[in-house]
Design a protein around this ligand. Structure first.
Ligand code: IPD
Ligand code: CA
Ligand code: CA
Length: 258
């Protein structure tokens, strides 16, 4: 299997999404809400996913697509996992921190990941066993060994008002005086851990489309991704903790209030 063929398709699809994100950012867009009044979806989300699906279906008619806006309609060995616009709330406000995330899973293993920051243009890519890259240059996670002084990030699910679980973890981190950001696009947060710009990240209630590509990027950049108990991460785990590896146990301890 030559993963580079699939990588080219992921790149073509990501740049199609970028064109759509930019088009609606300039032209204006309609939007509606989904699970809660703060869970926004725009024309750009829907049209990006449709364009990505069309491209994959043209090139690989047997492949399955799992996308945030249209779900998944069949089963198969090759599954593309797509967040057509991660960071929709940022996008809707014109706050330039959002991305398209595309992962390819083959027989239940993510083998390829692309995250394209469609506002800034940063392109993060990884192929299993082949390292991680930012704009074509190899990237590594940071080498920081102490949690104090690390730059951390998290995110909150749209129903945080009803389910404040992550507020507890956030408080525990802040109570230790740690530096924690909430950038608002999980796929891009993960990519930034891979690039060593963030030392760690955690979130609860992420979906496979938020995680698939960023998870592989971090693994290929030498970092660590686990569940909340430190167990190996698997897609579908609602808890995700990611780091450069060195601070991982300290971050887990903090989240658990230790
Ligand atoms: C959301 C973003 C956000 C995270 C939420 C996600 P969306 O994805 O990644 O940072 O905190 O949990 O749902 O809705 O912008 O694709
Ligand atoms: Ca998302
Ligand atoms: Ca999305």
């Amino acid at each position: 299997m030559d993963l580079r063929t699939y990588l080219q398709t992921a790149l073509d699809a990501a740049y199609l999404a970028k064109g759509i994100h930019q088009y609606y950012q300039e032209k204006g867009f309609t939007h509606s809400t989904k699970s809660t009044p703060t869970d926004v979806v725009t024309q750009a989300d829907h049209e990006s996913e449709a364009a990505i699906r069309e491209l994959i279906a043209e090139r690989f008619p047997d492949h399955v697509v799992l996308g945030e806006e249209q779900g998944q309609d069949k089963e198969g060995e090759f599954r593309w996992i797509v967040d057509p616009l991660d960071g929709t709330v940022n996008y809707a406000h014109g706050f330039p921190f959002y991305a398209v995330s595309i992962g390819l899973e083959v027989r239940d293993e993510v083998v390829l990941g692309v995250v394209l920051d469609t506002a800034r243009g940063d392109l993060f890519t990884a192929i299993r066993g082949g390292g991680a890259y930012l704009n074509g240059r190899p990237i590594q996670v940071s080498q920081r060994r102490a949690l104090v002084g690390s730059l951390l990030a998290t995110g909150f699910p749209y129903d945080v008002g009803r389910d404040p679980e992550n507020i507890t973890y956030f408080q525990r981190a802040l109570a230790k005086g740690l530096t924690v950001r909430r950038p608002g696009a999980a796929a891009l947060d993960l990519a930034n851990v891979a690039a060593g710009r963030l030392d760690g990240f955690w979130e609860v209630k992420l979906s496979p489309w938020d995680v698939a590509a960023g998870w592989l990027l971090i693994t290929e950049a030498g970092g660590q991704v686990t569940g909340l108990q430190g167990e190996a991460y698997r897609l579908g785990n609602r808890y995700l903790v990611a780091s450069n590896g060195h601070i991982h146990q300290q971050l887990l301890d903090t989240l658990h209030g230790r």
